[in-house]
Design a protein around this ligand. Sequence first.
Ligand SMILES: *[C@@H]1O[C@H](CO)[C@@H](O)[C@H](O)[C@H]1NC(C)=O
Ligand SMILES: *[C@@H]1O[C@H](CO)[C@@H](O)[C@H](O)[C@H]1NC(C)=O
Ligand SMILES: *[C@@H]1O[C@H](CO)[C@@H](O)[C@H](O)[C@H]1NC(C)=O
Ligand SMILES: *[C@@H]1O[C@H](CO)[C@@H](O)[C@H](O)[C@H]1NC(C)=O
Ligand SMILES: *[C@@H]1O[C@H](CO)[C@@H](O)[C@H](O)[C@H]1NC(C)=O
Ligand SMILES: *[C@@H]1O[C@H](CO)[C@@H](O)[C@H](O)[C@H]1NC(C)=O
Ligand SMILES: *[C@@H]1O[C@H](CO)[C@@H](O)[C@H](O)[C@H]1NC(C)=O
Ligand SMILES: *[C@@H]1O[C@H](CO)[C@@H](O)[C@H](O)[C@H]1NC(C)=O
Ligand SMILES: *[C@@H]1O[C@H](CO)[C@@H](O)[C@H](O)[C@H]1NC(C)=O
Ligand SMILES: *[C@@H]1O[C@H](CO)[C@@H](O)[C@H](O)[C@H]1NC(C)=O
Ligand SMILES: *[C@@H]1O[C@H](CO)[C@@H](O)[C@H](O)[C@H]1NC(C)=O
Ligand SMILES: *[C@@H]1O[C@H](CO)[C@@H](O)[C@H](O)[C@H]1NC(C)=O
Length: 803
Amino acid sequence: MIPQLYIFLGLLLFSLHGAPPYSAAAVNDTLLAGESIAVSDKLMSRNGKFTLGFFQPSVVSKSGNITSPNWYVGIWFSNISEFTTVWVANRDNPVTDLQLNQTRLKLSNDGNLVISSNASTIWSSATVANTTIATTMNTTSVVLANNGNLMIIGSSSTSNVSWQSFEHPADVMLPGAKFGWNKATGATIKYFSKKNLIDPGLGLYYFQLDNTGIVLARSNPAKTYWSWSSQQSSKAISLLNQLMSINPQTRGRINMTYVDNNEEEYYAYILLDESLNVYGVLDISGQLIINVWSQDTRSWQQVYTQPISPCTAYATCGPFTICNSLAHPVCNCMESFSQTSPEDWEVGNRTVGCSRNTPLDCGNMTSSTDVFQAIARVQLPSNTPQRVDNATTQSKCAQACLSYCSCNAYSYENNICSIWHGDLLSVNSNDGIDNSSEEVLYLRLSAKDVPSSRKNNRKTIVGVIIATCIASFLVMLMLILLILRKKCLHTSQLVGGIVAFRYSDLCHGTKNFSEKLGGGGFGSVSKGVLSDSTIIAVKKLDGAHQGEKQFRAEVSSIGLIQHINLVKLIGFCCEGDKRLLVYEHMVNGSLDAHLFQSKATILNWTTRYNLAIGVARGLSYLHQSCKECIIHCDIKPENILLDASFTPKIADFGMAAFVGRNFSRVLTTFRGTVGYLAPEWISGVAITPKVDVYSFGMVLLEMLSGKRNSQKVCIDDNSNQVAPFPVTAISKLLEGDVRSLVDPKLNGDFSLEEAERLCKVAYWCIQDNEVDRPTMSEVVLVLEGLHNLDMPPMPRLLAALAL
Ligand SMILES: *[C@@H]1O[C@H](CO)[C@@H](O)[C@H](O)[C@H]1NC(C)=O
Ligand SMILES: *[C@@H]1O[C@H](CO)[C@@H](O)[C@H](O)[C@H]1NC(C)=O
Ligand SMILES: *[C@@H]1O[C@H](CO)[C@@H](O)[C@H](O)[C@H]1NC(C)=O
Ligand SMILES: *[C@@H]1O[C@H](CO)[C@@H](O)[C@H](O)[C@H]1NC(C)=O
Ligand SMILES: *[C@@H]1O[C@H](CO)[C@@H](O)[C@H](O)[C@H]1NC(C)=O
Ligand SMILES: *[C@@H]1O[C@H](CO)[C@@H](O)[C@H](O)[C@H]1NC(C)=O
Ligand SMILES: *[C@@H]1O[C@H](CO)[C@@H](O)[C@H](O)[C@H]1NC(C)=O
Ligand SMILES: *[C@@H]1O[C@H](CO)[C@@H](O)[C@H](O)[C@H]1NC(C)=O
Ligand SMILES: *[C@@H]1O[C@H](CO)[C@@H](O)[C@H](O)[C@H]1NC(C)=O
Ligand SMILES: *[C@@H]1O[C@H](CO)[C@@H](O)[C@H](O)[C@H]1NC(C)=O
Ligand SMILES: *[C@@H]1O[C@H](CO)[C@@H](O)[C@H](O)[C@H]1NC(C)=O
Ligand SMILES: *[C@@H]1O[C@H](CO)[C@@H](O)[C@H](O)[C@H]1NC(C)=O
């Protein structure tokens, strides 16, 4: 209800613990042939960093500690308060409580490491992945090395390491381990995610490198959801190393490498600073994550994730869920569904997903009373739908779905009717990151579950809801006001006459939302007229949960701030599940239409330059007048509106974040639009207003060139793709040839001096390292000609990110 809602504190809902207490008693790093250790014994690497022993996985959740009844042999970080395993031997063959007294980990005389209980073998290094490996007779010892690798050492002079845990990993890749494949034998190293937080058994997702490149996939059903071809490897490594170098936590401490020779191809990473605790893991959600331990926050910090969105992995939230990478938690049940098994959700097992609160009305197929509810702006379910060709209207499509008991949803788009039977998987919300779907899914629900069909006592309900809404808004605004007062002494004239509209008035004013202006951030925008003939733009927010969040973000962000270069919020409507925002209408639409559409009137140079200054002033106000209180997070031409006199107004505060100086290090939940995203979003560095500076720099380049930065152009004869504009243009700037960079549609009618200034500012704004970027107030000074700039260096990540 208060701004803190939008500042995701990176809360660790689940924190692992359960390490058998680490004792400083002398522990060995070596076990000789014939020796064994019992459940209470440990091996520790010589540097003390890693411990091997028996453990019981457990997790601290909201409802208390959940501990697995099973025991495993594994390796973990010795000296990290959050118990973190980096390898598990008997993933799928746990030791039970009953066996515990008899259980030993032993280096047998035949050279294999074995977990056995009362003479029966539970696990053996010889049978990992169904292959018998170690046959070295003269094995002398097993050693836990300083890098966390457990090695069986033989005395044979040619290959003294007969087996090592780095070649038989679980879900974690440590520095020094190779991730790749052997070209002679074809053997690949496969990392499998865990089953859930308390079961390290083989889970649903794996990643591996083979002759086609890196693949992230789900095993059952088999679905690849991310891949990197071998051709992209060198670029990929350069990107990874640069991401590591802009993050203060990893700068100069990790070196990523890629090796491709006749024998093998692999990736690895090497610690340049041995004191750094780092590991890469294939998470239970199917996301690859590199974590670095931060002693300051006493927690693991993500420095790299792939895929970027936690929703990309196939069916990661399970059936009948909506995955929204901007929400926290990302997985939520569809409306009128509940978690099938809360206990399973608590340990991170999402395969069971959600179930209906009320069963469908299926007994009488000709007259089912079921209804459909629209879920807007989602990716349609990934399971293949059935196409119904003779359903030529939306209502026939709905009818077609109702005629099957197994049908759970339909979509009707471009006159094509698709219906889904069975579970609905991978229904992901549009987040502007990996997914910008505009589709609508119609979910079949029992009539009992849909509130709008409760007609009798509707009036009172509406009344109550309006009252609660308004009351909660007043409370919310007061709270924000108080918080902002504390943090930003400047904000004194606040909350200037925002109106609470009635839904019926807005329906009337917009002729039932008939005149669409477009679809902004999280909903559609329609034009309308108020009774006092003010022309308005009404933004209707769709989608239950995110709509609510977006609504609060916008009302609270721009209800409080007023500036000539920020779009003005006139009022809002909060009735039932309706969430609408009412803005002043901008006759000239958004900047992208003028810049990129061939039909539109061409913005002349003076207008463009003034636009640049206006947007810079608006952002500067956001960032500074309030002591870094608000980061917009989604600056792009679509969100810059133009009024009758082409004064720019920044719009769409749905992703904005309130981030005071003290909080600037904790905002790590992803927001924004690809193409305008600062690299720190990807590198895991927490977010500051400099992300807006970066996006603004990208917009400046688009204003200069009149085309999208992301657009790759084919010019050479072999029609090879040429790198995007920002990557190629800087060399022209450095050569002093700014003229050729300016939009040819201007026919040379522009100020060369201003163009050069704008271009330089743009490149300073998109520097890799946020420290090198100017603040928005500095940008304003430069654009106004009051401040000079040196030539910018090449932002090297640009080329790498254009992958
Ligand atoms: C470690 O084990 C080896 C072999 O059993 C033994 O020689 C050595 O003394 C042990 N070291 C410590 C510190 O216990
Ligand atoms: C859970 O475990 C932690 C760490 O072992 C302990 O501090 C805490 O008291 C436990 N909580 C419950 C509810 O058992
Ligand atoms: C464990 O970490 C603490 C805090 O960083 C440090 O003081 C201590 O020396 C470390 N112990 C070992 C064995 O590394
Ligand atoms: C394990 O040993 C302890 C003491 O040595 C004994 O009290 C306990 O009953 C044994 N448990 C099992 C399952 O044998
Ligand atoms: C261990 O094995 C022996 C022989 O197979 C059996 O008699 C004994 O009951 C077993 N002990 C336990 C604790 O399972
Ligand atoms: C091991 O072999 C069994 C039976 O032959 C098979 O079902 C299983 O998939 C194999 N496991 C691996 C990891 O190859
Ligand atoms: C094992 O060691 C013995 C004596 O050192 C040697 O004779 C024998 O050849 C070795 N075996 C292997 C397989 O290396
Ligand atoms: C294996 O042998 C090589 C050369 O004989 C030696 O340099 C290396 O340290 C040995 N590795 C281990 C783990 O003992
Ligand atoms: C998730 O829970 C279900 C039901 O309890 C179980 O059948 C399934 O094996 C679990 N899956 C994982 C990956 O933990
Ligand atoms: C990183 O590794 C590459 C080889 O993979 C090497 O050329 C480079 O010098 C290394 N960088 C550092 C800082 O060690
Ligand atoms: C199905 O619904 C129709 C219309 O409401 C009704 O006439 C018919 O009796 C119903 N059939 C059953 C089996 O309930
Ligand atoms: C579409 O075709 C199916 C069979 O092919 C038929 O059962 C159904 O009634 C038809 N629906 C419409 C709306 O014509």
